[in-house]
Write a protein that binds this ligand. Structure first.
Ligand SMILES: [Zn+2]
Ligand SMILES: [Zn+2]
Length: 275
């Protein structure tokens, strides 16, 4: 089973591998730079080589680069669109340098342009990327606050359909739950997985962000809880971890770290849930 967490690249990107192993994880995610500001990844050749070697030596992977929170592919504003495309391109190039398979991105917000125009904007922005060999863009499901898109599976399917890139999908369980897809019982997980398969296709699912939710289903509020401790709860998490269609999908945790129970505790919990 592949399960890991979001790891820090402080002190060098290669430190993320050691950190992941300390958590007990064997796959994971990083930011290539601070995600709250427009900033280029600054990854030296030596640390990139050490990252690739450590990843291979310890069989850690797949890795995902989570793109900047400022990226908005749906935006109707030309300047923000150009900045977003340029930022995504640098994430893709960093992924190629590091031998990382996936770059994960939220579609962003249409900010008044409307759902269809927003989805068109996202698809055409993605089409401007020069995706390196061996790297794939994952479109992440969203909680759908404000005018953000990607909360409905139909949005993800539309972008996959309209873009010329070979896109795949990352399903964030806290986001999907907040967006109105119930995951709190085995029957609800079954139903949501069936719906995802019918609309997007399970063959496009490359990563799951396994997060519990601090808010109830359908609230569109994006706040993550420890695995089994939120409104998805233990029954829902057990069903997700053991669902026959999801068993081979890498699980990446973005659970809280500020209250004493960190990633190691959550990863161990996931392993305990696996039957
Ligand atoms: Zn995300
Ligand atoms: Zn996520």
């Amino acid at each position: 089973m592949r399960v890991g967490a979001h790891a820090s690249i402080a002190g060098g990107v290669d430190n993320a591998v050691a950190e992941q192993r300390e958590y007990g994880g064997n796959c994971g995610q990083i930011f290539s730079h601070s995600p709250q500001v427009w900033q280029d990844p600054d990854i030296g050749d030596d640390e990139a080589r050490r990252f690739r070697e450590a990843t291979a030596d310890h069989d850690v992977g797949p890795w995902v680069i989570h793109s900047s929170y400022l990226v908005n592919l749906c935006t109707p504003k030309a300047d923000l669109r150009e900045k977003s495309i340029a930022s995504m391109q640098r994430e893709l190039d960093a992924a190629a340098t590091l031998g990382i398979e996936y770059v994960n991105v939220h579609l962003g917000a249409h900010t008044g342009a409307g759902v269809e125009a927003g989805l068109d904007n996202a698809a055409s922005a993605l089409d401007e990327l020069d995706v390196p060999e061996g790297v794939t863009v994952l479109v992440e499901s969203d909680a759908g606050s404000g005018t953000k898109l990607g909360d409905e599976f139909e949005h993800l399917a539309a972008v996959l359909e309209r873009s010329e890139q070979d896109l795949e999908v990352c399903l964030d369980t806290a986001h999907a739950f907040a967006a109105g897809y119930d995951l709190s019982t085995p029957a609800a997980v079954d139903e949501t997985v069936r719906e995802f398969d019918a609309v997007v296709g399970l063959d496009r699912l490359r990563c799951i962000h396994l997060n519990d939710s601090k808010h109830e289903c359908g609230t569109n509020k994006d706040e993550h809880a420890h695995v089994g401790e939120g409104y998805i709860g233990e029954a829902g998490m057990r069903a997700l971890v053991n669902h026959e269609s999801l068993r081979d999908v890498p699980l990446v945790l973005e659970t809280p770290t500020e209250d004493g129970r960190g990633f190691a505790w959550n990863i161990e919990r996931v392993r305990e849930f696996r039957e």
